[in-house]
Design a protein around this ligand. Structure first.
Ligand code: SF4
Ligand code: SF4
Length: 440
């Protein structure tokens, strides 16, 4: 399978566009209500005016390209202190805006190709992908542990490799292997069963989507996993009747929607298959009147937007030929693919819920702080970032911070624990599972 993954050299034209203006320091929104708050976890922790924020990272890219910087230990350490959250991208208005996270990842890819990157702790992760097809060193047989109670309760979930089904529930490695996050696939499957959906799982045949490999710069490992998945998805469509892939993981969703399209065969492999996040899928059911919420939750809830189903899905318009402005000019952006409203509308539909919005929301969401390999490489810092987000949520008066990503869920949980916050961290599906009963 051929892939079009940009090299740092491919992006050189854009790397020189950063003016080091510092606009990406803070999330601005005139509102109402207005927003003016830090947006870069790396800048917040290590100082915006140093090397760590977007402008510093882009300066690294220039130095690497012109040969004045080498991939030594210090540079690698600095390069990987970035959650690839895209907060800076959201603020920047210059021509390299569409490519900012891409520049940071291309720099990492170059380091990996040179045999220098990623960081030693990331190498454990990429080795685990090679050995176990997941980043958590989890034996294959443990991937379905979360589904055991369904079997015990005589409500087994279809194994889609053996039984046809309309929808594949692609669980993702964090939901399958992380003890805390396992509540998310459990609630998703429980909800799907109550709603009578025709779905199945890959069980121990599921392999990682490859997102973690891509974020830390290991493009070869990403391509191996993504190729496997694309071929498998096509096979499931042709042989088992799968026409929808549903995932409750923001990272998997982003990988399939935004990284897999870099394959030249994407359209052919995914022909007839729709990929949706659970929040979108359940929202569609709600709009059709097929989400019977019968219970109530008397709770104050805030919502954390995961970067991977938020601003990572921005679509940019670039004047490639220079027909309107100049070659490579940034023309505009669309948020139509970003999943901002669906989770909020699902939460608001639960009787008794009082929804509290944080200042930094939607495209200005403050990253949970664990993405881009930061949780693996800098665990303490990831948890500290998450506690900043939990504090912001507590400031709204909310008792629950809901999200739509097992990875955010786990990191926010660590953040809450770190500051001994009473805030409950839950997924939107967990809350919905509490208020929907079995259909007759
Ligand atoms: S990335 Fe954009 S907003 Fe940030 S310093 Fe460079 S030009 Fe300014
Ligand atoms: S991607 Fe996020 S952490 Fe990285 S420089 Fe931009 S705002 Fe900071």
């Amino acid at each position: 399978m051929e892939w079009d993954i940009a090299s740092l050299e491919d992006l050189e034209h854009y790397i020189w566009r950063c003016t080091a203006c510092g606009t990406c320091k803070v999330a601005y929104d005139f509102g109402p209500p207005s927003t003016c708050a830090p947006i870069c976890p790396a800048g917040t922790e290590f100082g915006f005016e140093g090397n760590m924020s977007s402008k510093g990272k882009i300066a690294f890219a220039r130095g690497i390209l012109d040969g004045t910087l080498e991939f030594d230990e210090e540079l690698l350490d600095d390069m990987y202190r970035c959650t690839i959250c895209g907060g800076c991208q959201n603020q920047c208005q210059l021509d390299h805006k569409p490519f900012i996270p891409e520049i940071m990842e291309a720099m990492r890819r170059k380091a990996v190709e040179a045999g220098k990157g990623p960081l030693p702790l990331h190498k454990n992760l990429t080795q685990s992908l090679k050995d176990y097809n997941n980043p958590y060193q989890g034996p294959r047989r443990l991937r379905t542990d979360w589904a055991r109670p369904f079997k015990k309760a005589k409500k087994p979930i279809k194994n889609i490799m053996k039984e046809p089904a309309e929808a594949l529930f692609y669980v993702g490695c964090t939901g399958a292997f992380n003890q805390q996050a396992r509540a998310i696939p459990t609630a998703t499957a429980s909800l799907f069963q109550k709603l009578g959906l025709d779905f199945g799982i890959l069980g121990d045949n599921e392999v990682c989507c490859g997102s973690t490999a891509m974020r830390v710069g290991d493009a070869e490992e990403f391509k191996r996993l993504a190729t496997h998945n694309l071929e498998l998805f096509k096979k499931l469509h042709d042989e088992q009747g799968v026409n929808t892939i549903i995932t409750s993981c923001a990272g998997c969703y982003r990988a399939i929607k935004k990284d897999y399209i870099l394959s030249q065969d994407y359209d052919q492999m995914m022909d007839g298959i729709r990929v949706v996040h659970t929040a979108q899928y359940l929202h569609e059911l709600m709009q059709k009147g097929e989400l019977p919420i019968t219970g109530e939750l008397k709770t104050k809830i805030t919502y954390h937007d995961p970067c991977h189903i938020g601003r990572h899905l921005n679509k940019f318009e670039v004047d490639t030929e220079g027909s309107e402005l100049w070659p490579g000019a940034y023309l505009g952006m669309s948020e139509e693919d970003c999943i901002y409203e669906e989770p909020r509308e699902l939460l608001a539909a639960i009787p008794g819920v009082e929804f509290m919005e944080m200042e930094r929301n939607r495209s200005n969401s403050y990253c949970c702080g664990g993405g881009g390999g930061v949780m693996t490489g800098f665990g303490e810092w990831a948890a500290k970032n998450a506690s900043l987000r939990v504090e912001e949520g507590m400031g709204t008066g909310a008792e629950v911070m809901a999200s739509t990503c097992p990875f955010c869920n786990f990191n926010l949980g660590s953040g809450a624990q770190r500051i001994q916050s009473p805030m409950k961290i839950m997924d939107v599906v967990e809350l919905l599972d509490q208020v929907i009963t079995e259909q007759e």
